[in-house]
Every structure is written in structure tokens, then in C-alpha cells.
Design a protein around this ligand. Structure first.
Ligand SMILES: [Zn+2]
Length: 152
């Protein structure tokens, strides 16, 4: 996310903070949040993930999982990075609660360091970006098979 325009596009894409002004001052906190989130996907320790995800939402107070959804309002004057923290924290907790720890995974591609959260219904997703990492892996496997068959 290189600049404010990219941040705005990201927020709009996800239907967030429509009425909120964003500026250069929001970039560093958003980047810091990203750095903070990655270990929560990689983290094998469920208790720690839940504690850290809870901490992301607790900073604002009044957000909790209730019934089938989440309840809470984020005041308009809360910085964008904190708003994203709440959304991410609640999302992490919801996946942990409803889908389980095995949904937090590294990408299966040999050439990708990505991690992702599988929120698909069957839960068999293998790549962080199926269209990209999945295709690359398929192409590599195809080439390997052709080499093995001796038909270059
Ligand atoms: Zn990947």
C-alpha cells in the first residue's frame, strides 16, 4: 500500500470508512497494523492469537461477538488504522471461533512466503492468491510432468 490513494481504494473496496477522511498520517499506522497482523495468521498458538486479536478490538471498547455476528460501533473520530484493527481483530476471532485454528495457513506455493486465512466453505484453499500462486504452481507441475515424460 504505497500511498493514500491506494489506502482509500482499499477502504472503498471493502466498504469501510466511507465518510472518513484519510491522509498521509494514516499510512504509517496502517503499515504498522499490517506488520502486527501477519504473526497472528502465522501464529500456531491459538491462545496467543485470540489474546492479540482481542487486544486489537479492546482498544476501542464495546466490540464483542454476539450471536451470529458482531456488535459494536466505531466512532467516526477513530483513526483509520484503529478501525482496520477492529475489523481485523473481529475477523480473526470469528474465524477462530467458527472455523478453527487450521484455517490459518501458509501458502502452498514453493515460491511464495504468503500466509492467508481460509474462509471458504469447504476449507481446502491452498494458496494465498489462488489466481496467481495456484496458477504458478500448476504451471510448474505441468512442466515437471512434461520433463519427466521427455517431451519438452
Ligand atoms: Zn501465495
Amino acid at each position: 500500500m504505497p500511498d493514500v490513494t491506494a489506502l482509500r481504494a482499499f477502504l472503498d473496496e471493502h466498504g469501510l470508512a466511507a465518510s472518513r477522511p484519510v491522509g498521509d498520517a494514516d499510512l504509517a499506522p496502517v503499515h504498522a497494523l499490517r506488520t502486527r497482523l501477519r504473526p497472528l495468521v502465522e501464529e500456531a498458538d491459538t491462545e496467543r492469537r485470540v489474546a492479540e486479536a482481542g487486544a486489537l478490538t479492546a482498544a476501542l471498547g464495546g466490540v464483542t461477538l454476539a450471536g451470529g455476528g458482531w456488535v459494536g460501533t466505531v466512532p467516526d473520530d477513530v483513526p483509520v488504522a484503529d478501525l482496520l484493527g477492529v475489523v481485523a481483530g473481529v475477523g480473526l476471532l470469528a474465524v477462530q471461533l467458527h472455523l478453527g485454528a487450521e484455517r490459518f495457513r501458509p501458502c502452498s506455493s514453493d515460491t511464495c512466503e504468503g500466509v492467508f486465512i481460509d474462509t471458504s466453505r469447504p476449507g481446502r484453499r491452498r494458496y494465498c492468491m489462488p489466481g496467481l500462486c495456484g496458477n504458478r504452481a500448476n504451471v510448474a507441475a505441468h512442466r515437471a510432468r512434461r520433463r519427466a515424460a521427455g517431451t519438452r
